[in-house]
Write a protein that binds this ligand. Sequence first.
Ligand code: ATP
Length: 515
Amino acid sequence: MDDLFKKLISHAKEYGFIFPSSEIYDGLSAVYDYGQNGVELKNNIRKYWWDSMVLLHENIVGIDSAIFMHPEIWKASGHVGAFNDPLIDNKDSKKRYRADVLIEDYMEKIDTKIRKEVAKAVKRFGDSFDEKQFRETNPRVLANQKKIDDVRTRFVKAAENDDLKEIKQIIIDCDIADPVSGSRNWTDVRQFNLMFETKLGSVSDDAASIYLRPETAQGIFVNFLNVQKSGRMRIPFGIAQVGKAFRNEIVARQFIFRMREFEQMEMQYFVKPGEELEYFKLWKEKRMKWHKSLGIEDHKLRFHDHDKLAHYANAATDIEFEFPFGFKEVEGIHSRTDFDLSQHQKFSGKKLQFYDPESKENYTPFVIETSIGLDRTFLLILSNAYKEEKVTTANGKLEDRVVLKLPPVLAPVKLAVLPLVRKDGLPEKARAIMNSLKIEFNCQYEEKDSIGRRYRRQDAIGTPYCITIDHQTIKDNTITIRYRDSMKQDRISITDIRKIISDKVSFRTALSKLL
Ligand code: ATP
């Protein structure tokens, strides 16, 4: 595991963002709890997504469907039959992997080599560099690109044909080793269904088997007609939902990147058949803009079009972020045709169609889905914000500081209120300021330790503003405001605090960038 990633995980624990679940019982694999700062950050990300969908689009509404659903739903959606991952074990290390992920990581490693080669050439040739020409003519790049293309073609074909023997053969031919032990002693590849099953009802004999939902989307599809009719929605329109999903993941070694219980933020957009690719393009752009609005640099985000389309999809792409362990998916955007509504129509026997008053015809709408993991976005935000810096203190000393440069709108605490000393009426003055502001922002009052140490603690949780109340405050009602990123300090009047902060931390300001 990357060193930086390890530090991030321990920072998240030390500062109350994420704890391993059931830790005093040695934890539960791939299950995590959010602490006092984590829950605030998570709530803010959820709200930012929700408002960007439901508030900013007149034709998108939200729902909150139950986690338990009729078991037939998962047959109709294809999850009972095919929500599988190909699993492979290493006989020496006894570690279990997803075969498709091993192959993807292999291709990614070669692609990293190509990118390094390109970066070197950019340095060498400067402004006159033509990347396209370089990629098309450099022999090393060409050879590596061919390796990727060949493996990809083989893998796509094997996956389409469910050919598990061939998937294993690719792993052998590419000489892929267990990333932990380096061993190449692999078992055969097997399929593994990711759904958790449980029983509904108290009498075991007639209790029905039901599943914990592996995605929130089906709760939207089965409510399509309820929402459309009760909300008098006209196509195109969208339904958004945020909620827990459960998957019995094969490999769960990447902190909150891959969990067994996690939260999804999904939106299904219902459109007229034939118009879906236009909306697919639109949602791709909108979703990328959302990520960038959170201050993520362009080069850390990319689209990754699917090599292998699910049989019901006619376009699909992922938005990937460069995590400390490489580029990985955070969000999927899929053009799902009328597959889901048609399947539920077939399995339930109920008509799930839209009557178009203009053309006076009934049709089953097509669907564009945007599906993003809340926890994975949390990890994206945290990895992007985590910085280790060398800074010069007020008395000229060079010090290390760890700071979370979180977008102010997402920061768990917006303002720290710090009396310089615990006497002379400063705490009372600080409390009065805090009481006037806490109704609007999440404020934290701290009076222990030196101001420098208090600043560091606030930096570590990403608080964008600290104010210090000192003896001068009592005399002239001014305070010192200190900015997290620049560490600059200004003397301002108490009455100006709200004005300075509220705009910077507000959802209104953040959301207006998306209009
Ligand atoms: P992966 O290939 O990483 O398993 P997926 O393609 O199966 O992901 P989707 O079914 O498209 O994922 O789910 C949509 C989003 O839900 C993903 O982009 C991701 O952000 C999130 N997600 C999926 N599985 C998990 C998980 N086990 N833990 C955390 N987030 C997840």
